[in-house]
Design a protein. Structure first.
Length: 273
């Protein structure tokens, strides 16, 4: 059996060249910078579509670190993160998984929606998050010492947690956390205008609808209208779709299958436009 390692991918392929637009909502940039300087693993908490991924992209760019993003899902195994032996015409070779690559090249490694992963998978990250900063490739018999610039970041939506799907306390307590939520009105107007190209007045009306829907959370809605959906709606309007149709398509229909909620929100849309 040959045990060659295919070359580690070049660091430059994961570098973000252009500044990802990010509108700060508090002091999260300075807080994250300090956590990175201390190499503290970070957890970004908050509902979907409120800027967590964009924030990590912005920070990786600012820190000039490569970014490796892994979307977690329930079929993900530890091998998907760490690596495995593969077979080709020359025999078997070891293929690093994305977590191993990140640890070797000193990337920011972003595990998106980490609760989706099975708990045995999340345990694989433990040794990387404490003073050891190591990753054991058990099948290969190698202990990888993380590059000094490596940092682990996870995102986590507390709204989705159930008894079956929650992070173990022993995992949670390995991270410092930043809480994300829908931005303040003026900030969200700026984001929606920048991302879609619509004018401020239209953005403000969209946010009025979102505010109404966000107040229904817990009263028939499990989650509010995200900034992402506001951006989609703005983009449709910028393409010439009438505002009411754009709102139906991108704000209301994706949000709920409940006819009562849909009718309530459709009425709010009619009232705003
Ligand atoms: N603070 C922000 N600054 C810039 N864009 C934002 C911000 N918050 C949300 N967005 C916009 O909303 C979209 C969804 O945000 P994203 O980071 O993908 O959400 P999450 O990862 O929290 O689900 C982004 O693509 C961006 O257009
Ligand atoms: Mg995301």
């Amino acid at each position: 059996m040959t045990q060659a390692i295919k070359a580690v991918p070049p660091h430059s392929q994961y570098i973000i060249d252009d500044e990802p637009y990010y509108q700060e909502t508090g002091d999260e940039i300075a807080l994250y910078q300090a956590a990175y300087d201390a190499r503290i693993p970070m957890m970004l908490k908050g509902p979907t579509g409120c800027g967590k991924t964009r924030f990590v992209e912005h920070m990786a760019w600012k820190l000039k670190r490569p970014l490796i993003t892994i979307s977690c899902h329930e079929d993900m195994t530890a091998s998907d993160l760490i690596g495995r032996y593969l077979l080709d015409a020359d025999g078997t070779y070891w293929q690093d998984g994305p977590l191993t690559t990140a640890a070797r090249i000193g990337a920011v490694c972003y595990l998106d929606e980490v609760v989706e992963a099975r708990q045995d998978t999340t345990v694989a990250i433990h040794s990387l998050t404490d003073y050891r900063r190591t990753l054991a490739l058990e099948k290969k018999g190698e202990l990888v010492n993380a590059h000094p610039d490596f940092q682990l970041v996870i995102s986590y939506n507390p709204g989705y947690q159930t008894l079956m799907k929650d992070l173990k306390t022993s995992t949670k307590q390995r991270f410092a956390a930043l809480e994300f939520t829908y931005p303040e009105k003026e900030t969200e107007i700026a984001i929606v205008c920048h991302e879609s190209g619509i004018d401020e007045e239209t953005a403000e009306r969209l946010i009025q609808i979102a505010t109404h829907a966000r107040n229904l959370v817990g009263h028939g809605l499990s989650e509010g209208i995200s900034t992402r959906l506001l951006v989609y709606t703005g983009q449709l309007i910028a393409k010439g779709i009438p505002a009411v149709a754009a709102c139906h398509m991108a704000l209301v229909r994706p949000l709920s299958d409940d006819p009562d909620i849909r009718d309530t929100l459709d009425a709010t849309v009619q009232g705003c436009f």
